[in-house]
Design a protein around this ligand. Sequence first.
Ligand code: FES
Length: 101
Amino acid sequence: MAWHRVAAEADLVENMPLAVRIGDTPVAVVRLADGIFAVNDVCTHEYALLTDGYCEDGKLECPLHQACFDIRTGAALNEPAEVPVATYPVKIEAGGVFIEL
Ligand code: FES
């Protein structure tokens, strides 16, 4: 596990998910009203990037079959997804956003 700088904090706009890649892992970084969060960007139902979907009310909606995931916890909130997405620790340091992975 290591911390990776993925963006400048100032570049993250609330409810506008940012797609980043850490090694082979696609990650969605999202600024919400109460902080910045990071979850795995791949839907757990089939293959789709959650950053290609919709972000609203603390949820990411998959663009393919509209499953929603809680951005803070990774929980799958409705079918067809049943498995949560992984979440990753985030820290802000010297104006940068860092994710531990
Ligand atoms: S691929 Fe995401 S809900 Fe089906």
